[in-house]
Design a protein around this ligand. Structure first.
Ligand code: PDD
Length: 286
Protein backbone atom coordinates (compact mmCIF):
# COMPACT_ATOMS: atom_id res chain seq x y z
CA UNK A 1 0.00 0.00 0.00
CA UNK A 2 1.21 3.47 -0.87
CA UNK A 3 2.25 6.04 1.68
CA UNK A 4 0.76 9.44 0.87
CA UNK A 5 1.19 12.90 2.37
CA UNK A 6 -1.73 14.95 3.70
CA UNK A 7 -1.35 18.21 5.64
CA UNK A 8 1.90 17.39 7.40
CA UNK A 9 1.40 13.65 7.84
CA UNK A 10 2.67 10.57 6.02
CA UNK A 11 -0.14 8.02 6.03
CA UNK A 12 -1.15 4.75 4.37
CA UNK A 13 -3.38 5.75 1.43
CA UNK A 14 -6.51 4.22 2.98
CA UNK A 15 -6.15 6.37 6.09
CA UNK A 16 -5.68 9.71 4.33
CA UNK A 17 -8.67 12.07 4.67
CA UNK A 18 -9.81 15.40 3.23
CA UNK A 19 -12.99 17.19 4.32
CA UNK A 20 -16.13 17.08 2.14
CA UNK A 21 -16.10 20.90 2.48
CA UNK A 22 -12.70 21.16 0.84
CA UNK A 23 -12.86 23.80 -1.89
CA UNK A 24 -10.85 21.56 -4.18
CA UNK A 25 -13.68 19.02 -4.02
CA UNK A 26 -16.59 21.49 -4.14
CA UNK A 27 -15.22 24.16 -6.51
CA UNK A 28 -12.04 22.89 -8.20
CA UNK A 29 -10.40 25.67 -6.17
CA UNK A 30 -6.95 24.18 -6.22
CA UNK A 31 -3.73 23.90 -8.16
CA UNK A 32 -1.46 20.95 -8.89
CA UNK A 33 1.88 19.82 -10.24
CA UNK A 34 3.11 16.55 -11.69
CA UNK A 35 6.84 15.87 -11.45
CA UNK A 36 8.39 12.84 -13.06
CA UNK A 37 10.83 10.50 -11.35
CA UNK A 38 13.61 8.73 -13.24
CA UNK A 39 16.16 6.53 -11.50
CA UNK A 40 14.55 7.51 -8.20
CA UNK A 41 15.28 11.21 -8.79
CA UNK A 42 13.04 14.18 -9.51
CA UNK A 43 13.09 15.71 -12.98
CA UNK A 44 13.08 19.52 -13.07
CA UNK A 45 11.82 19.94 -9.51
CA UNK A 46 12.90 23.60 -9.46
CA UNK A 47 10.78 24.38 -12.52
CA UNK A 48 7.70 22.68 -11.10
CA UNK A 49 8.03 24.39 -7.73
CA UNK A 50 8.45 27.79 -9.39
CA UNK A 51 5.31 27.26 -11.48
CA UNK A 52 3.44 26.09 -8.38
CA UNK A 53 4.35 29.32 -6.57
CA UNK A 54 3.14 31.29 -9.60
CA UNK A 55 -0.18 29.39 -9.82
CA UNK A 56 -0.80 29.97 -6.09
CA UNK A 57 0.05 33.66 -6.43
CA UNK A 58 -2.27 34.17 -9.40
CA UNK A 59 -5.15 32.77 -7.30
CA UNK A 60 -4.21 34.56 -4.04
CA UNK A 61 -3.83 31.19 -2.39
CA UNK A 62 -1.50 30.74 0.56
CA UNK A 63 1.50 28.45 0.12
CA UNK A 64 1.45 26.05 3.09
CA UNK A 65 5.07 24.86 2.70
CA UNK A 66 8.46 26.26 1.81
CA UNK A 67 10.05 25.00 -1.39
CA UNK A 68 12.75 23.23 0.66
CA UNK A 69 10.07 21.40 2.65
CA UNK A 70 8.30 20.50 -0.57
CA UNK A 71 11.45 18.93 -2.01
CA UNK A 72 11.87 16.95 1.21
CA UNK A 73 8.29 15.64 1.00
CA UNK A 74 8.75 14.64 -2.65
CA UNK A 75 11.96 12.79 -1.80
CA UNK A 76 10.44 11.07 1.23
CA UNK A 77 7.51 9.77 -0.81
CA UNK A 78 9.79 8.55 -3.60
CA UNK A 79 11.89 6.67 -1.02
CA UNK A 80 9.00 5.32 1.08
CA UNK A 81 7.20 4.04 -2.04
CA UNK A 82 10.39 2.83 -3.74
CA UNK A 83 9.69 4.72 -6.94
CA UNK A 84 12.29 4.19 -9.63
CA UNK A 85 10.25 5.47 -12.60
CA UNK A 86 6.99 7.28 -12.07
CA UNK A 87 5.36 10.51 -11.01
CA UNK A 88 4.78 12.59 -7.91
CA UNK A 89 1.39 14.33 -7.87
CA UNK A 90 0.97 17.40 -5.68
CA UNK A 91 -2.24 19.31 -5.04
CA UNK A 92 -2.88 22.41 -2.94
CA UNK A 93 -6.41 23.71 -2.45
CA UNK A 94 -7.90 26.72 -0.65
CA UNK A 95 -8.79 24.43 2.23
CA UNK A 96 -11.99 23.39 3.96
CA UNK A 97 -13.90 26.33 5.50
CA UNK A 98 -16.54 24.08 7.07
CA UNK A 99 -19.37 25.13 4.77
CA UNK A 100 -19.99 25.93 1.11
CA UNK A 101 -19.53 29.57 0.16
CA UNK A 102 -18.44 31.25 -3.09
CA UNK A 103 -16.49 33.86 -1.13
CA UNK A 104 -12.91 32.84 -0.39
CA UNK A 105 -12.39 31.90 3.27
CA UNK A 106 -9.97 33.88 5.43
CA UNK A 107 -6.62 32.08 5.09
CA UNK A 108 -5.90 32.87 8.75
CA UNK A 109 -8.72 30.54 9.86
CA UNK A 110 -8.80 28.18 6.86
CA UNK A 111 -5.39 26.74 6.02
CA UNK A 112 -4.75 25.34 2.54
CA UNK A 113 -4.99 21.60 2.03
CA UNK A 114 -1.89 19.92 0.68
CA UNK A 115 -1.83 16.39 -0.68
CA UNK A 116 0.95 14.48 -2.40
CA UNK A 117 1.10 10.92 -3.70
CA UNK A 118 3.29 8.88 -6.00
CA UNK A 119 2.37 6.85 -9.08
CA UNK A 120 4.77 4.07 -10.04
CA UNK A 121 5.20 3.87 -13.84
CA UNK A 122 7.81 1.26 -14.64
CA UNK A 123 9.04 1.76 -18.20
CA UNK A 124 7.97 5.43 -18.33
CA UNK A 125 11.17 6.43 -20.11
CA UNK A 126 11.31 3.33 -22.32
CA UNK A 127 11.03 3.86 -26.04
CA UNK A 128 8.35 1.33 -27.06
CA UNK A 129 5.46 3.80 -26.87
CA UNK A 130 7.60 6.63 -28.26
CA UNK A 131 8.66 4.62 -31.33
CA UNK A 132 5.00 3.91 -32.06
CA UNK A 133 3.90 7.49 -31.47
CA UNK A 134 0.36 8.63 -30.69
CA UNK A 135 -2.70 9.56 -32.73
CA UNK A 136 -4.57 12.76 -31.95
CA UNK A 137 -7.90 14.24 -32.96
CA UNK A 138 -8.70 17.95 -32.89
CA UNK A 139 -11.54 19.35 -30.81
CA UNK A 140 -12.68 22.86 -29.92
CA UNK A 141 -10.92 24.43 -26.93
CA UNK A 142 -13.75 25.50 -24.63
CA UNK A 143 -11.69 25.82 -21.43
CA UNK A 144 -11.56 29.01 -19.37
CA UNK A 145 -9.18 31.84 -20.27
CA UNK A 146 -6.46 31.32 -17.64
CA UNK A 147 -4.89 28.10 -18.86
CA UNK A 148 -1.51 29.36 -17.64
CA UNK A 149 -2.66 28.57 -14.09
CA UNK A 150 -2.39 24.85 -13.38
CA UNK A 151 -5.77 24.35 -11.72
CA UNK A 152 -7.44 21.02 -10.94
CA UNK A 153 -10.36 22.03 -13.15
CA UNK A 154 -9.76 19.11 -15.53
CA UNK A 155 -13.23 18.08 -16.66
CA UNK A 156 -12.89 19.26 -20.25
CA UNK A 157 -9.42 17.75 -20.71
CA UNK A 158 -10.88 14.45 -19.41
CA UNK A 159 -13.78 14.75 -21.84
CA UNK A 160 -11.28 15.44 -24.62
CA UNK A 161 -9.40 12.24 -23.84
CA UNK A 162 -12.68 10.32 -23.90
CA UNK A 163 -13.61 11.84 -27.29
CA UNK A 164 -10.18 10.77 -28.57
CA UNK A 165 -10.62 7.25 -27.23
CA UNK A 166 -14.03 6.98 -28.83
CA UNK A 167 -12.52 8.04 -32.16
CA UNK A 168 -9.81 5.38 -31.88
CA UNK A 169 -7.09 7.95 -31.08
CA UNK A 170 -4.91 8.52 -28.02
CA UNK A 171 -5.38 12.18 -27.25
CA UNK A 172 -6.93 15.43 -28.43
CA UNK A 173 -5.39 18.72 -29.58
CA UNK A 174 -7.48 21.75 -28.73
CA UNK A 175 -8.22 24.42 -31.30
CA UNK A 176 -9.31 28.02 -30.93
CA UNK A 177 -10.21 30.01 -34.07
CA UNK A 178 -8.61 27.19 -36.06
CA UNK A 179 -5.29 27.47 -34.21
CA UNK A 180 -3.98 24.75 -31.91
CA UNK A 181 -3.62 25.90 -28.33
CA UNK A 182 -2.20 22.70 -26.77
CA UNK A 183 -3.02 19.06 -26.02
CA UNK A 184 -5.43 18.04 -23.24
CA UNK A 185 -2.48 17.57 -20.86
CA UNK A 186 0.58 18.49 -22.91
CA UNK A 187 2.06 21.15 -25.18
CA UNK A 188 1.82 20.71 -28.95
CA UNK A 189 4.48 21.07 -31.66
CA UNK A 190 4.89 20.56 -35.38
CA UNK A 191 8.06 20.23 -37.43
CA UNK A 192 8.31 21.69 -40.94
CA UNK A 193 11.52 21.75 -43.00
CA UNK A 194 13.52 20.95 -39.86
CA UNK A 195 12.01 23.86 -37.90
CA UNK A 196 10.20 23.28 -34.62
CA UNK A 197 7.00 25.32 -34.38
CA UNK A 198 5.04 25.75 -31.14
CA UNK A 199 2.58 28.31 -29.85
CA UNK A 200 4.09 31.23 -27.90
CA UNK A 201 3.45 31.52 -24.17
CA UNK A 202 0.37 33.47 -23.05
CA UNK A 203 -2.67 32.92 -20.84
CA UNK A 204 -3.99 30.58 -23.60
CA UNK A 205 -1.75 27.65 -22.65
CA UNK A 206 0.03 26.09 -19.72
CA UNK A 207 3.68 27.13 -19.58
CA UNK A 208 5.03 23.61 -19.72
CA UNK A 209 8.13 22.88 -17.68
CA UNK A 210 9.06 20.19 -20.20
CA UNK A 211 8.43 22.70 -23.01
CA UNK A 212 10.92 25.16 -21.53
CA UNK A 213 13.60 22.49 -21.17
CA UNK A 214 12.99 20.92 -24.59
CA UNK A 215 13.16 24.29 -26.39
CA UNK A 216 16.39 25.10 -24.58
CA UNK A 217 17.93 21.74 -25.53
CA UNK A 218 16.72 22.09 -29.13
CA UNK A 219 18.41 25.49 -29.46
CA UNK A 220 21.59 24.13 -27.89
CA UNK A 221 21.54 21.35 -30.51
CA UNK A 222 21.33 24.07 -33.25
CA UNK A 223 17.71 23.24 -34.09
CA UNK A 224 15.58 26.18 -35.19
CA UNK A 225 12.64 26.98 -32.89
CA UNK A 226 9.78 29.26 -33.93
CA UNK A 227 7.25 30.28 -31.29
CA UNK A 228 4.06 31.09 -33.18
CA UNK A 229 0.52 29.79 -33.51
CA UNK A 230 -0.22 27.16 -36.15
CA UNK A 231 -3.51 25.90 -37.55
CA UNK A 232 -4.86 22.40 -37.59
CA UNK A 233 -4.58 22.43 -41.41
CA UNK A 234 -0.91 23.38 -41.20
CA UNK A 235 -0.36 20.62 -38.64
CA UNK A 236 -1.85 18.02 -40.98
CA UNK A 237 0.72 18.86 -43.65
CA UNK A 238 3.68 19.02 -41.23
CA UNK A 239 6.64 16.65 -41.59
CA UNK A 240 6.38 15.63 -37.92
CA UNK A 241 4.52 16.51 -34.77
CA UNK A 242 5.01 15.81 -31.09
CA UNK A 243 3.85 16.66 -27.60
CA UNK A 244 5.72 17.35 -24.38
CA UNK A 245 4.75 16.92 -20.72
CA UNK A 246 6.20 15.70 -17.45
CA UNK A 247 4.51 12.33 -17.95
CA UNK A 248 5.26 11.80 -21.65
CA UNK A 249 8.57 13.74 -21.98
CA UNK A 250 8.73 14.11 -25.79
CA UNK A 251 6.17 11.90 -27.55
CA UNK A 252 5.84 11.76 -31.36
CA UNK A 253 2.41 12.31 -32.92
CA UNK A 254 1.95 10.16 -36.03
CA UNK A 255 -1.63 10.97 -37.01
CA UNK A 256 -3.96 14.00 -36.77
CA UNK A 257 -7.70 13.58 -37.38
CA UNK A 258 -7.05 10.28 -39.19
CA UNK A 259 -4.36 11.79 -41.47
CA UNK A 260 -0.92 10.15 -41.14
CA UNK A 261 1.95 12.64 -40.89
CA UNK A 262 4.80 12.09 -43.33
CA UNK A 263 5.37 8.34 -43.59
CA UNK A 264 3.11 7.74 -40.58
CA UNK A 265 6.04 6.78 -38.35
CA UNK A 266 7.45 8.55 -35.30
CA UNK A 267 9.51 11.50 -36.55
CA UNK A 268 13.31 11.40 -36.30
CA UNK A 269 13.59 14.92 -34.88
CA UNK A 270 11.05 14.16 -32.14
CA UNK A 271 12.83 10.91 -31.24
CA UNK A 272 16.19 12.69 -31.12
CA UNK A 273 14.75 15.44 -28.91
CA UNK A 274 13.30 12.80 -26.60
CA UNK A 275 16.71 11.20 -26.24
CA UNK A 276 18.42 14.53 -25.57
CA UNK A 277 15.71 15.53 -23.08
CA UNK A 278 15.95 12.25 -21.16
CA UNK A 279 19.77 12.31 -21.10
CA UNK A 280 20.06 15.92 -19.99
CA UNK A 281 17.21 15.73 -17.48
CA UNK A 282 18.64 12.65 -15.81
CA UNK A 283 21.95 14.50 -15.38
CA UNK A 284 20.20 17.38 -13.61
CA UNK A 285 17.71 15.29 -11.58
CA UNK A 286 17.68 15.81 -7.82
N1 PDD B 1 -0.12 17.98 -17.58
N2 PDD B 1 -0.58 21.68 -21.03
C1 PDD B 1 -1.50 21.16 -20.19
C2 PDD B 1 -2.92 21.55 -20.36
C3 PDD B 1 -1.10 20.27 -19.18
O1 PDD B 1 -2.01 19.76 -18.34
C4 PDD B 1 0.28 19.91 -19.07
C5 PDD B 1 0.77 18.97 -18.00
C6 PDD B 1 1.19 20.47 -19.98
C7 PDD B 1 2.66 20.16 -19.94
O2 PDD B 1 3.28 20.75 -18.81
P1 PDD B 1 4.58 20.10 -18.14
O3 PDD B 1 5.58 19.97 -19.22
O4 PDD B 1 4.97 21.08 -17.12
O5 PDD B 1 4.17 18.76 -17.59
C8 PDD B 1 0.72 21.36 -20.94
C9 PDD B 1 0.26 17.07 -16.50
C10 PDD B 1 1.41 16.19 -16.84
C11 PDD B 1 -0.97 16.30 -16.05
O6 PDD B 1 -2.02 16.92 -15.98
O7 PDD B 1 -0.88 15.12 -15.74
Amino acid sequence: MRTVYVNGEYLPEDQARVSIFDRGFLMADGVYEVTSVLGGKLIDFAGHSRRLARSLGELDMANPVTMDALLEIHRQLVTLNEIDEGLVYLQITRGAPGDRDFVFPDPASTPSTIVLFTQAKPGLAGDTAAKKGIKVISIEDIRWGRRDIKTVQLLYPSMGKMMAKKAGADDAWLTEDGFITEGTSNNAYIVKDGKIITRALSTDILHGITRAAVLRFAKEAQMEVIERSFTIDEAKTADEAFITSASSFVMPVVEIDGMPLGDGKAGPLALRLREIYLDESRKMAV
